[in-house]
Write a protein that binds this ligand. Structure first.
Ligand code: NAP
Length: 259
């Protein structure tokens, strides 16, 4: 019997926000392809959590900043799962060192922009071609692409300018693909998280504990990976059928101007 359940590929699904997204999509009935770069153990744990909740998941190593890994990831998806209905571009890195804007070396720019912007841009390009073909051949009924950006897409942090630029670029990539792919029935969305409790923010926990307590966002708490998972699940279910290129802020209201 062929497995007719839809397939979701989540980059960086091994930990943090990606894991929250994978779990939500597993519960939503997607077969989840959990991509990771270096942490096989964490990726396997994500798969086991999905399976324990009655879902289906499989992991695949690929460094999305390498073109040939991106191709292999999509090949793996087709070979093992037979289709691709949903791509979630979640994997991302913070700059390994926070440099002042006037000191930031080109290597840090290339690493962060290469991973956070160039990689999802070209993975989306390749996945979109695949989705168009599958839609034409009626292998999948619909297709969706979701990009995880950040409040750093518009909020300035001069000690991690390359990160801000990468996330601002993800916003424009979302708009570009939303327009380009609408004619094929593929919807493209951007999820813009605020401060979320993961390994990425572990090193600045105390700083943000204080900021949040002082009113950094109207909702005074850390965001959780499951907050992002819930937003992705709503988009993946098709709850916003007449929207594309939409930005979903999952930031406790940080983006609001208020006094
Ligand atoms: P995290 O806890 O550091 O996890 C990063 C994930 O990305 C891991 O699964 C990691 O895989 C994967 N990854 C990193 N580089 C990769 C590569 N080259 N190829 C494939 N996978 C790679 O980060 P997070 O906080 O969950 O962040 C997830 C996304 O949300 C990022 O795009 C980040 O910029 C964005 N975001 C985070 C926050 C926040 O406050 N945490 C706020 C706004 C936006 P391994 O496990 O194998 O290392």
């Amino acid at each position: 019997m062929p497995n007719n359940k839809p397939v979701a590929l989540v980059t960086g699904g091994s930990r943090g926000i990606g894991r929250g997204i994978c779990q939500a999509l597993g519960a939503e009935g997607f077969r989840v392809l959990v991509n990771y770069n270096s942490n096989l153990e964490a990726a396997e744990e994500t798969c086991q959590m999905i399976q324990a909740a009655g879902g289906e998941a499989i992991s695949c190593q690929a460094d999305i900043s390498h073109a040939e890994h991106r191709d292999l990831l999509l090949d793996f998806c087709m070979e093992h799962l037979g289709r691709l209905d949903l791509l979630v571009n979640n994997a991302g890195i913070a700059p390994p060192t926070r440099y002042d804007l006037l000191e930031m070396p080109p290597e840090s720019f290339d690493l962060v922009v290469g991973t956070n912007l160039k990689a999802p841009f070209f993975l989306t390009q390749a996945a979109a071609r695949l989705m168009i073909k599958q839609l034409e051949e009626k292998i999948i009924p619909s297709a969706t692409i979701i990009n995880v950006s950040s409040i750093s897409a518009y909020a300035v942090s001069t000690n991690r300018g390359e990160y801000c630029i990468s996330k601002a670029g993800v916003s424009m990539a979302t708009a570009l693909f939303a327009v380009e792919l609408a004619k094929y029935g593929i919807r493209v969305y951007e999820i813009r998280p605020g401060i979320i409790e993961t390994d990425m923010t572990a090193g600045v926990k105390k700083k943000y504990d204080k900021l949040i307590a002082e009113g950094f966002s109207p909702i005074k708490r850390w965001g959780k990976p499951e907050d992002i998972g819930k937003a992705v699940a709503a988009l993946a279910r098709g709850d916003l059928p007449f929207s594309t290129g939409e930005v979903i802020n999952v930031d406790g209201g940080f983006h609001l101007r208020y006094f």
